[in-house]
Design a protein around this ligand. Structure first.
Ligand SMILES: NC(=O)C1=CN([C@@H]2O[C@H](COP(=O)(O)OP(=O)(O)OC[C@H]3O[C@@H](n4cnc5c(N)ncnc54)[C@H](OP(=O)(O)O)[C@@H]3O)[C@@H](O)[C@H]2O)C=CC1
Ligand SMILES: CC(=O)N[C@@H](CCC(=O)OP(=O)(O)O)C(=O)O
Length: 346
């Protein structure tokens, strides 16, 4: 590329916005033109983020103060509803939204699960669902890309190949999910205080979490019929990372080894999705700070069932990394540009 892609990051004072900036700083084809905040507008990134204290970056402004001329892509790292309200007013930049606003195909389903009317239902038909490994063909022409939620990213990467190849049943799929606290965003909430979160694991959204309709929508599209899931998220005392343990029912005559073979085949050429060697359990420490996803399949001791385990970093493959992976394909760049940093350990 001769000219860099000029980007704006809306919500750069939040966790996904900051990780997007972190990744953009080492991307060879990105130039950061503008950064926005809401209450923190007027401050510098160094004021808001100690880890950027020595990094030259544009200051935080309100989104309506941004001069959009010459900006090629905007990353929306805003709360749902605020995101679609703001992005729907923009003409010009291609939109990569990390919020939930453009993920569900139906405005009615959105209103039911998010508790507010959809701010821009007329744009829903223009949005593509940006699970990159399944959206590559559609990204080059897309104007609006809805990046999947963090839990759906992990669940869909693990389950889609198994449903597409008819290896598992459409029902009795049980997803037990664990997330680091950054998944809840940077805003102050009593439930996210150190004293509340440390030394404990907290289930939440039990029986009803807004990622259920998203996961079912995308599984059902590709599984040739409706798929239902049971999904229970848990907050665990770590900063970032997400792990899902999924139990599935095998179709008659199928074994865990068939599931492993299907995943290995589907992701053989995928740069960020990895099937681990047989018997090796995925862990969040294998992906921390990186755009990688690791998974594996195990026999359950109950006949006819198998256990699939998948891990990602919620702030990278689960949000900002996948958003850049989508941008790369939208703009004709290599899928991996700026994203090949190895995970951070210890
Ligand atoms: N955290 C995660 O792991 C993931 C998050 N997401 C989604 O990404 C989006 C951002 O999440 P996250 O970074 O965690 O959130 P944060 O709460 O950390 O950050 C929110 C950002 O939005 C700004 N903001 C808040 N309200 C408004 C408003 N009314 N108008 C304009 N700007 C506003 C905030 O500015 P200020 O600081 O000035 O208030 C801040 O910059 C959300 O939709 C979230 O659901 C998706 C996948 C994973
Ligand atoms: C730990 C935690 O609270 N996680 C968030 C999910 C983060 C995410 O992906 O949210 P969006 O769908 O809103 O983008 C939650 O359960 O609401």
């Amino acid at each position: 590329m001769s000219q860099k892609i000029s980007i704006a990051v809306l919500g750069a004072s939040g966790y996904t916005g900051a990780d997007l900036v972190r990744l953009a700083l080492t991307h060879p084809d990105i130039e950061i033109a503008a950064l926005s905040a809401n209450a923190k507008a007027g401050q510098s990134m160094a004021d808001v983020w100690p880890h950027f204290a020595h990094v030259p970056l544009p200051g935080l402004v309100r989104a309506d103060e941004i001069d959009w001329a010459g900006i090629d892509a905007v990353f929306g790292c805003l709360p749902h509803a605020a995101s679609a309200e703001l992005l729907s007013t923009l003409v010009g930049p291609r939109i990569i939204d990390l919020s939930a606003d453009f993920r569900l195909n139906s405005a009615e389903t959105y209103a039911d699960w998010y508790g507010n009317p959809h701010p821009a239902p007329e744009l829903l038909p223009d949005a593509i669902y940006g699970l990159t490994e399944y959206a590559a063909d559609m990204l080059p022409a897309a104007r609006i890309v809805a990046c999947p939620g963090c839990y759906p990213t992990a669940a869909l990467l693990a389950l889609l190949p198994l449903l597409e190849s008819g290896l598992i049943g459409h029902e009795r799929i049980t997803i037990n999910a664990l997330s680091g606290v950054s998944g809840a965003g940077r805003s102050l909430k009593e439930a996210n205080l150190f004293t509340e979160v440390a030394e404990a694991v907290h289930p939440y959204g039990i029986g009803r979490h807004r990622h259920m309709p998203e996961i079912e929508q995308e599984l059902s599209k590709r599984a040739n019929g409706p798929v239902t899931i049971s999904f229970t998220p848990h907050l665990v005392p770590m900063n970032r990372g997400e792990l899902e343990t999924i139990t599935v029912e095998l179709m008659p005559g199928k074994r865990a080894a068939d599931l492993r073979a299907a995943l290995g085949h589907r992701y053989a050429a995928a740069p960020f999705v990895h099937l681990l060697p047989e018997g090796k359990g995925p862990s969040t420490r294998m992906v921390r700070g990186s755009n990688h996803c690791v998974m594996n399949v195990f026999e359950d001791r109950i006949p006819g069932r198998a256990i699939v385990i998948v891990a990602i970093d919620n702030l990278v493959k689960g949000s900002s990394g996948q958003a850049i992976q989508n941008m790369n394909l939208m703009f004709g760049l290599p899928e991996t540009a700026g994203l090949l940093a190895a995970p951070l350990f210890p």
